[in-house]
Design a protein around this ligand. Structure first.
Ligand code: SAM
Length: 249
């Protein structure tokens, strides 16, 4: 590459740091990191609220935003360590192969910044500003540092190539025992919680190196329940079976 592009000032100056303000916090269906989908859009049943903080909670800051269906959120992986390494092991590659941190969407990265495209379901400005969101991949409590409307004419590139992650991960079937179906049916949010469980477990949240059926039981938190599940062999292959729902107080 010719060096016409490299300016002497850039080469000389050490990297600069910038202070970022948290403009709002996420309240989401995901109290823990385990089980959160690896990208937005994979679990459309996931709901969240973005509650803006003063002075950003002035309704003027979101005037006109209601006309956009999707938003880019820039946030901080506040529950990831600040340290980073040049190479990371994407789960998509089974947790073995390594790629450059900037060739990945790893949570362990310089500046710990995340970027997610989420669906805007509504805006409540009765007390400050609260954005209702759907299809996200954000832990409860995530600090958000910027919001931008999504521009499909500028940002949707279906023909783009995507390296080691060319398409959405495969989905697993999800099965419920009759007892779990009854427990869900007795809840006021039973329908939406069932959809959320199906879509989250269909991603097979187990560590990447776990592939087949196994006896081991896993537990993941969604809303106020601990969902206990295991991987079983069914006719069509490996499926996720929900075996217990434990109310978490
Ligand atoms: N879409 C974003 C991106 O590309 O920058 C996030 C991708 S990252 C692979 C998604 C994972 O981040 C989730 O599965 C969850 O485990 C983790 N995560 C979400 N919110 C987090 C937070 N506040 N702190 C640390 N990890 C978080």
């Amino acid at each position: 590459m010719s060096d016409k592009t490299s300016s002497p000032s850039l080469a000389a100056s050490p990297s600069q740091s910038f202070a970022l303000d948290t403009i709002g916090r996420i309240e989401s269906d995901y109290p823990d990191k385990f089980g959160i989908p690896r990208q937005p859009g994979l679990v459309r049943a996931s709901r969240a609220s973005l509650v803006l903080l003063p002075p950003y909670d002035d309704p003027l800051t979101v005037r006109g935003l209601e006309d956009f269906s999707h938003l880019w959120l820039t946030f901080v992986f506040h529950r990831s360590p600040a340290r980073w390494t040049p190479l990371v092991r994407p789960p998509r590659l089974g947790g073995n192969a390594k790629v450059g941190v900037f060739a990945s969407r790893s949570t362990h990265r310089p500046n710990r910044l995340g970027l997610s495209l989420v669906e805007l379901m509504g805006i409540d400005t009765s007390r400050g500003v609260r954005l209702a969101l759907r299809g996200h991949d954000l832990l409860d409590g995530t600090p958000v540092v910027d919001i931008k409307p999504y521009l499909p004419w500028a940002e949707s590139l279906p023909e783009a190539s995507a390296g080691f992650a060319p398409e959405a991960p495969p989905q697993r079937p999800v099965a419920f025992t009759p007892e779990i179906e009854a427990a869900l049916a007795s809840r006021a949010d039973g329908d939406s919680l069932r959809k959320l469980i199906v879509q989250v477990l269909a991603q097979d949240p187990r560590p990447a190196y776990r592939n087949g059926a196994e006896e081991r039981r896993y537990g993941l938190r969604l809303r106020d329940v601990d969902v206990r599940f295991r991987a079983v062999e069914l006719e069509g292959g490996v499926a996720m079976e929900v075996v217990e729902l434990v109310q978490v107080t």
